[in-house]
Design a protein around this ligand. Sequence first.
Ligand code: ATP
Ligand code: MG
Length: 433
Amino acid sequence: MENYVRTDLASAQGKVEVWAWIEKVRDQKSMQFVILRDRSGMLQMTIEKAKQPEMAEVVSHFIQDYYVKVRGTVVPNEYVKLGKKELIPDTLEVLSKAEVSPIDGESSIDQRLDYRWIDLRDPKKRLIFEAQTALTQGMRNYCIENGFIEVHCPTTIKNESESGSGVFEVKYFDKKAYLIQSPQFYKQMAIAAGFEKVFIATPIYRAEKSYTRKHTTEFSGFDLEFANVSSVEDVMKVEEELIHAGLKEVSEKYGEKIKEMLGVDVIVPTLPFPRVTMKEVYKILEDECDYPLDEGADLDTEAENLLSAYMMKKNNHQFFFVKDYPSDVRPFYSMHKADDPAYSETYDLYYKDIEITSGAMREHRPDILAKQIADKGIDPKTMEENYINFFKYGCPPHGGFGLGLDRLTMIMLDIPTIKEAMFVFRGPDRLNP
Ligand code: ATP
Ligand code: MG
């Protein structure tokens, strides 16, 4: 049985061995036409019943998603619609049988998520993850080319990090631990360790019962933190370059395929991204959108939608930064503006009409930090051991941001819900598969 070249379906020619799924069987009186499928594409296998009765008997039991190993010869045949060629098998081996799929085109999203691995066999869905691979590759390359160190950190932490709300508690032997709501503390620790520039790709947990298209209880974070930052602008500049690098990679590798299969244009954004300050936002909302917000308030969803529409129209750009948030609506670790402490060196980045990142320059002076913690109603003592102490032994001024990869993927590909932008979705009511 020598001389069969192991190959995928798209490049199959001559004498080959292929391992593939059964896509479809047309069992006719004297012939069987079997469509084989793998990641590369599809190929027709043709069996003449009279010539190969034993094989025909095996094939007659096939249903979709059997998995087979075939050895045979690919020959040209201009009558075959699929690539004008067909595989004439010499041997056929069933590697895996399949039961009838419990889901089909009529199934609800929740039924499909129950059988996510079958749902994902659709090449359009696989493309989401091929695109995401390119996205992270582009971003990772940017980090590495710019001297960032990749850090792997624990997902457990001794004290609740950001705030009391939305944190998962876990049993840690005879103690309590918490799952991280962001790698914030660890990446700032890396700055205090003198690493200067770090990135962390890690699972992030939010114990929030949010049933929206953009929330999940566990997502993939892509976080950067870097030293020697003198304003929030220094942070935003890195972020726009990072996003540009990621989307460029996606566009170059998969732009055409995404257009053809998903009907979406992945636009590589021009630099710099448009910017607007929160003070300007209050004016825009009042004057242009007839939606006044109290000065000092955070943006609610309606304000986000109105502002996004305004910014999109004004700048014809899919991204915009909102910067200089009121200090009250940002976490305690944000640097307040030196000349206007009610506002902070912070920003959110919006893509189309959804926030994909929060970023900031951080407060690195331990005494001020302790005060800001106390001002938020948190006891600074609980923060000392695994946070404030990082800054007591010297630490460069620094900043950074956290990006939700699943959310970014969802927006990039116009996927209606994050449930379908993630390989496996986790929500308040979903813990399997
Ligand atoms: P939102 O206001 O949209 O709930 P957030 O401001 O609470 O988000 P951050 O703490 O700023 O979120 O987290 C940084 C980034 O992580 C967000 O911009 C987003 O991309 C992503 N992210 C945050 N929470 C979630 C979530 N529950 N599900 C998916 N992605 C999230
Ligand atoms: Mg945020």
